[in-house]
Design a protein around this ligand. Structure first.
Ligand code: SF4
Length: 174
């Protein structure tokens, strides 16, 4: 049975998850680029800073997976550039509070920008990108898969998402 132990997050799974996230972010940047190029550049820089440094320093340094392998592999990456923090500081830290807004923005901003632009200037390319963005956001935001992942994560007693999902009936694991 799957558990939140690092050895259960295979390298293949971690690489696949990161490829999907990368494609999602790049597709979102490209979607905005089609409509407002300078906004796409600013959005790309913001995402790079948040995903590579700010969120890693803020939350991953305080994670129980630090220096191990979490489902995303970001714990291992974080240990190479930032010192370990205190797990008790995880709840309420900037990263833990900001993460839901960051993911919501990643899911919604490109879709909204593209959808509005299609009202004025429709194209097949925009429609295809819009469908892909909605599909990826749906797969990531799907409650069933979220609950499954959160129920086996070793941070599910501290992470707001984990607490919400586990409280909905999943068995919490230590
Ligand atoms: S489980 Fe989440 S918070 Fe912990 S290291 Fe991985 S990505 Fe960061």
């Amino acid at each position: 049975m799957e558990t939140g132990d690092s050895e259960n997050y295979t390298l293949k799974r971690v690489i696949f998850a990161n490829i999907v996230i990368f494609v999602w972010l790049v597709l979102g940047i490209y979607a905005i680029w089609l409509v407002v190029p300078f906004l796409a550049v600013a959005w790309g820089i913001f995402l790079a800073l948040m995903f590579l440094f700010v969120m890693r320093k803020s939350i991953c340094t305080k994670c129980r997976y630090y220096d191990g392998r979490c489902s995303m592999g970001w714990s291992w990456y974080t240990s190479k550039i930032f010192k370990e923090g205190n797990v008790e500081d995880f709840p309420g830290c900037f990263g833990a509070r900001f993460a839901p807004f960051l993911w919501m923005s990643v899911s919604l901003l490109p879709v909204i920008v593209l959808a509005i632009s299609m009202v004025f200037e429709f194209s097949i390319l925009k429609a295809v990108i819009l469908v892909l963005l909605i599909l990826i956001a749906y797969i990531f935001g799907n409650k069933k898969s979220r609950k499954k992942s959160c129920s086996v994560c070793r941070m599910n007693d501290l992470c707001p998402m984990g607490i919400a999902m586990v409280n909905e009936g999943n068995e919490k694991k230590a």
